[in-house]
Design a binder for this molecule. Structure first.
Ligand code: SF4
Ligand code: SF4
Ligand code: SF4
Length: 603
């Protein structure tokens, strides 16, 4: 088999084998260093563990390890041609050279061929400065286009409210395809056509908007270039911020504060809440509120709903509904299970509805003059905000959703030196939140926050237990049986849509009898959402990004003086002054919604 770009032989993937790696160690030499590695390890992994960096492009650890692009080629003494280090396993006595003149020239040829058929508009590309192709071009000193010639032309797909696909920037690495198919279990996209006509597309070449895409945005996070990005709505935000007749409110999701700093070179997981608020105020927002408070309302409503359903054994299991990627998925794939979904809106939608009702009334502001911008780790929320049912009195709860990445771009446009900012606090009366609201951003967090409140509601007491360690951690599926007041509650928290399917199939087939199910579309939850800062494949190989961001959220929770949503004084005041009882009529009007069966497109 010969490679598309460089016409070099591609070693058979089977070399790596599907067998479980044996613990036996082998000794080899890489660039003159003696290296010990477990049998079955790839050369790439063995080199990385020895501190030797081999460049990659199509490689994405545990997701796309296919040896397609040939950037990671090396020479192995005694072998003809090159070995592809991301799939070639180590052998006893092997002698590997990672940067011989031949290797460097071949890598350079690979790059030249990719670049010859790649849109060269780095100056106007959203990924400029964080593009793996651009980084390699700089590293390899590519100063001109070696092979100018005909380029494939693709029309840009910007029909969906969430994602844009510009395949003029696609390098056919297939990382997005592997993510969509193997991680999310969706398969909305695949490689079509052959040779020069090859491209990534959907069945029938429809827009992502019109196929079974859930708008989770995980393909954006996998893409090394600017071929996939969110539908940017920064311009609209600036226009409203400039308008003196509009009262512009920002609300920021739990996960933003533990990721935004990464866009300014800060360590992964750094909590930049105070700087983020200062930046938003400098940009001209009239008020900056905390979606964590919205999460407290979601917990109050969701726990109330769960307790009712649990007591009456009604329509169990109850499934969380705060993730619009998951909601779109179940609407499309399992409409017969929709009655299990909680009727609660997601935190930012609840909060937007309260800003335009309770807050507008309290401050005597015309709700039609309020423009709510949700700053979210999520691209699916761009779709959620424009769902027709997310309105009250003819006004949308939320007017604009921008991602963490878009917020970083706005801060840079405003020429704000983010790292030098002092800290500010959220505005009141809607800026007080609990630790339970903070952990909403990570897988298992919604479940844990809900259990804290449900336990007190079910027992009628204020119990000491706060942490539910059983639903913490990075596993894709976390099952537990929780004992509350002598009753066993079977729960499961799953993240990633492939895991969601597993849980739904278990429930449908009667193999499981859960009472409470939490699903987040993004593996790891919102901290790893499709709108979060994109980390390159090298970082993902070396660092557990999910854990660092999640630890930061748990630390916010630990340090909070109030850690149960129903104890939030702001929430108690708003129920008392305005909403009435949790689950009551007014709460339903503003804080709950309904779902719809969607047409299913099968790939
Ligand atoms: S947004 Fe999610 S579902 Fe849609 S193509 Fe990307 S990975 Fe697949
Ligand atoms: S869209 Fe991005 S991730 Fe997908 S094949 Fe193209 S370059 Fe790779
Ligand atoms: S897990 Fe979070 S970021 Fe991902 S789609 Fe759901 S709500 Fe959005």
């Amino acid at each position: 088999m010969w490679h598309l770009y460089c016409n070099m032989p591609i070693p058979c993937n089977k070399l790596r084998g599907g067998k479980a790696m044996e613990e036996k160690m082998v000794t080899l030499t890489i660039d003159g260093e003696t290296v010990k590695a477990k049998k079955g390890t790839t050369i790439l992994e063995a080199a990385k563990n020895a501190g030797i960096d081999i460049p990659t492009l199509c490689f994405l650890k545990d997701i796309n390890e296919v040896g397609d692009c040939r950037m990671c080629i090396v020479e192995v003494e005694g072998r003809r041609g090159f070995a592809t280090s991301c799939i070639q396993t180590v052998e006893e006595g092997m002698v590997v050279h990672t940067h011989t003149p031949n290797v460097l020239e071949a890598r350079r040829t690979v790059l030249d061929l990719i670049i010859s058929n790649h849109a060269k508009d780095c100056l106007t590309c959203t990924r400029s400065g964080n593009c793996e192709l651009q980084t390699l071009a700089t590293k390899f000193n590519v100063l001109h286009v070696e092979y100018p010639g005909e380029m494939t032309k693709h029309k840009i797909d910007d029909k969906s409210p969430a994602l844009v696909r510009d395949f003029n920037k696609c390098i056919l690495c297939r990382r997005c395809v592997a993510t969509c198919k193997n991680v999310q279990g969706i398969g909305a996209i695949d490689c079509i056509n052959r040779g020069f006509e090859s491209c990534i597309s959907t069945v029938g070449d429809h827009s992502l908007n019109d196929v079974n895409c859930t708008f989770c945005g995980q393909c954006i996070e996998s893409c090394p270039t600017g071929a996939l990005h969110e539908k940017e709505t920064i311009k609209e935000a600036w226009a409203k911020l400039k308008d003196p007749d509009t009262f512009v409110v920002a609300q920021t999701a739990p996960s933003i504060r533990v990721a935004l700093g990464e866009e300014f070179g800060m360590d992964i997981g750094t909590n930049v809440e105070g700087k983020m608020i200062t930046a938003l105020k400098r940009m001209g927002f009239d008020k900056v509120f905390d979606t964590n408070t919205g999460a407290d309302f979601t917990i109050m409503e969701e726990a109330t709903e769960f307790v009712e359903r649990f007591k009456n054994n009604d329509n169990l299991p109850m499934m969380t509904s705060c993730c619009p990627g998951w909601v779109r998925y179940i609407e499309e794939n399992y409409p017969e299970e929709l009655s299990h979904l909680s009727s609660c809106k997601s935190p930012h939608q609840m909060f937007g509805a309260l800003i335009k009702s309770y807050y507008a009334k309290k401050e005597n502001i015309d709700p039609s003059k309020i423009y709510v911008i949700s700053i979210m780790p999520c691209v699916a929320k761009k779709f959620e905000a424009i769902r027709p049912e997310m309105q009250n009195n003819g006004l949308y709860d939320v007017d604009n959703v921008i991602t963490t990445r878009e917020l970083a771009r706005m801060i840079k446009q405003a020429n704000i030196e983010f790292t030098k900012l002092d800290d500010s606090k959220f505005d009141n009366p809607m800026g007080e939140a609990t630790g339970a609201g903070a952990i909403f951003g990570t897988t298992g967090g919604v479940m844990e926050a809900a259990l804290r409140t449900a336990e007190d509601l079910l027992t009628g007491k204020t119990l000491e237990r706060i942490n539910f360690e059983e639903v913490r951690g990075g596993k894709g599926i976390k099952k537990a049986t929780i004992n509350i007041a002598g009753k066993e509650i079977k729960v499961v928290a799953a993240s990633g849509l492939k895991n969601a399917r597993t849980i739904l199939e278990e429930i449908k087939s009667g193999k499981a009898d859960y009472q409470f199910v939490e699903i987040m579309a993004c593996p790891g939850g919102c901290i790893m959402g499709g709108g979060q800062p994109i980390k390159n494949s090298k970082i993902h190989s070396e660092v557990n990004v999910r854990k660092l961001r999640a630890d930061s959220l748990y630390s916010i929770d630990e340090k909070s003086t109030i850690r149960k949503s129903h104890e939030n004084p702001v929430l108690q005041k708003i129920y008392k002054e305005y909403l009435g009882n949790p689950g009551g009529d007014l709460a339903h009007k503003f804080l709950h919604t309904h779902y719809q069966k969607r047409e299913k497109y099968n790939i």
